[in-house]
Every structure is written in C-alpha cells, then in structure tokens.
Write a protein that binds this ligand. Sequence first.
Ligand SMILES: C[C@@]1(CC(=O)O)c2cc3[nH]c(cc4nc(cc5[nH]c(cc(n2)[C@H]1CCC(=O)O)[C@@](C)(CC(=O)O)[C@@H]5CCC(=O)O)C(CC(=O)O)=C4CCC(=O)O)c(CCC(=O)O)c3CC(=O)O
Ligand SMILES: NC(=O)C1=CN([C@@H]2O[C@H](COP(=O)(O)OP(=O)(O)OC[C@H]3O[C@@H](n4cnc5c(N)ncnc54)[C@H](O)[C@@H]3O)[C@@H](O)[C@H]2O)C=CC1
Length: 215
Amino acid sequence: MPKTYPVSLILSRRPCLVVGGGSVAERKVLSLLACGAKVKVVSPTLTQTLREVAEKGEISYRQGEYETADLDGIFLVIAATDRDEVNHRVAVEAMARNMLVNVVDDPPHGNFYVPAVVRRGSLQIAVSTDGKSPLLARKIKEELEERYGPEYGFLVDLLGEIRHDILDNTADPRKRRDSLTAILDDQVLQLLARGELEQAKERVINAYHRGRSQP
Ligand SMILES: C[C@@]1(CC(=O)O)c2cc3[nH]c(cc4nc(cc5[nH]c(cc(n2)[C@H]1CCC(=O)O)[C@@](C)(CC(=O)O)[C@@H]5CCC(=O)O)C(CC(=O)O)=C4CCC(=O)O)c(CCC(=O)O)c3CC(=O)O
Ligand SMILES: NC(=O)C1=CN([C@@H]2O[C@H](COP(=O)(O)OP(=O)(O)OC[C@H]3O[C@@H](n4cnc5c(N)ncnc54)[C@H](O)[C@@H]3O)[C@@H](O)[C@H]2O)C=CC1
C-alpha cells in the first residue's frame, strides 16, 4: 500500500457532498459541519439527527439516490452508503474529476482516509492506521484524550499570539529562534501535564518579557 500524506484541510465554506444518510454518514456530516464546510447530502433516507440538521437548514438535502450531477461543483466527497456498487461508482466518478474522495467501505478506491482526531482548540492530534484498524485508531485517540486535556488548546492560542509578536518584532533569525525556544521550555510542558495551566501560562509570558528586555 502506498504511503499516505497527512494534511489539515481548510474546508470553510467549501462545498462537500456526503452520499448516504446512515450512522456513518451522520458522523462524517457532523465533522464536516464542525469545520465550516457547506455540506450537501444525497440519500433516500436520513437518520433522526441528520433530519433535524436538514430541517434547521444547516445542510442542503436532496432526497433520492445518488446521481452523477450531485458531484457538480463539489470539492470533497464522502461515499457513505451501505451499497458497495453505489460507493464504488461515486469513487470512480469523483476520482475522474480529480476530487478528494473518501469511501467508507472501500478506502483504497478513494484518495484519503479519515483519521480519529483529538481536538483541543487549534491543537489537533490525528491517528490513522491507513484503514488497517479503525478500532485501534479510536482506542489510541481515547488514550491521547486522557493525556492531552483542554488546557493544551489554551496554551496553543497563547503561544500563537506570542509567536506572532516575536515574528513581527524580531528581525534577527537567530534571536527569533532563541525567543521561540525560550517561551516553550520543558517545564512549561511539565506544568501543563500536571494540569497547571495558569502557572504554565505565567512561565511562557515571563520568558517572553525576559526575551524582550534583552538587547
Ligand atoms: C478506512 C476508513 C475509511 C474512512 O475514512 O471512513 C474506515 C473504514 C472502516 N471502518 C470500519 C469499522 C469501524 N470504524 C470505526 C470507527 C471509525 N472509523 C474511522 C475511520 C475509518 N474507518 C477510516 C480508516 C481510519 C484509519 O486509518 O484507521 C474513524 C477513525 C474516523 C471517522 O470515521 O470519523 C472512526 C473513529 C471515530 C472516533 O471515535 O474518533 C469503528 C469503531 C467505532 O465505531 O467506534 C468500527 C468498528 C470496529 C472495526 O471494524 O474496527 C469498517 C468495517 C465496517 C464493517 O464491518 O462493515 C471499515 C471498512 C473497511 O475497513 O474496509
Ligand atoms: N468508515 C467507517 O468508519 C465505517 C464504515 N462502515 C461501513 O459504512 C457503510 C454505511 O454504514 P451505515 O451508515 O451504518 O449504514 P446505514 O444502513 O445506516 O446507512 C446507509 C445509508 O445509505 C443510503 N443509501 C442507500 N443507497 C443509496 C444511494 N443509491 N444513494 C444515496 N444513498 C443511498 C441509505 O438510504 C442510508 O441512509 C457500511 O457499508 C459499513 O460497512 C461501518 C462502520 C464504520
């Protein structure tokens, strides 16, 4: 099997199609919506949750069987029906149009897999087994959820802001590198691992101010 290339896609307002309206389609639709995608679903039936989402106007829904024209204008498509031949047809037609395509029951016929993801604000940890064991991906994700709590999301935001400031105000590349390293030392991570977010933040901010006051 060829090696896969991990990416973090920006899907905001991008038209995405999910074919099928069952439990797997529901999971994929909700994760696409959470990323701000413009989601269209085509399926003869919908789960209760998907029906509610459609009634609220959060997705566009065409009731019926998949047709080739459903792909028009689509950036990313997920084939999530329980019928192999339908998923296969979606894959072949979408691949011919060079789209991003995920096939839930026959991943090698698409061009990407969906990993299990821990989200902590802008920090994301994705676990993929290239389809070999989704259950293992999920279990490792659950272990990571225990290890990396919500405090990591807050730290990432703070580091992002300070990094921006350092990049804007430090011309010398060597000094930049030193400042960026200084704000995130091992002790910050140790504090965070103990759940001591406030102390970790304080340490980051102090290191930043020390760096600024140096010539
Ligand atoms: C290839 C892939 C295609 C894709 O991208 O969808 C795929 C394919 C298949 N999954 C199957 C089964 C299960 N999938 C899950 C769970 C998840 N599956 C996800 C991804 C992927 N699943 C992609 C590869 C990811 C990787 O690289 O490992 C996760 C990570 C992300 C997500 O779907 O959002 C999500 C975890 C959500 C979370 O908790 O984070 C569970 C466990 C559960 O339900 O809890 C089971 C039952 C246990 C088992 O079978 O292991 C089957 C057999 C179906 C059948 O038996 O008919 C196929 C088809 C096949 O393998 O051919
Ligand atoms: N990738 C993953 O994580 C997983 C994948 N699977 C696989 O995913 C597939 C779907 O599973 P579920 O969602 O549980 O099935 P489901 O039976 O709940 O849903 C199937 C959906 O496909 C729709 N559908 C059927 N024919 C269609 C067509 N011609 N056009 C459009 N929609 C059509 C049905 O109306 C229904 O809404 C199964 O083949 C299963 O093997 C199962 C578990 C996890």
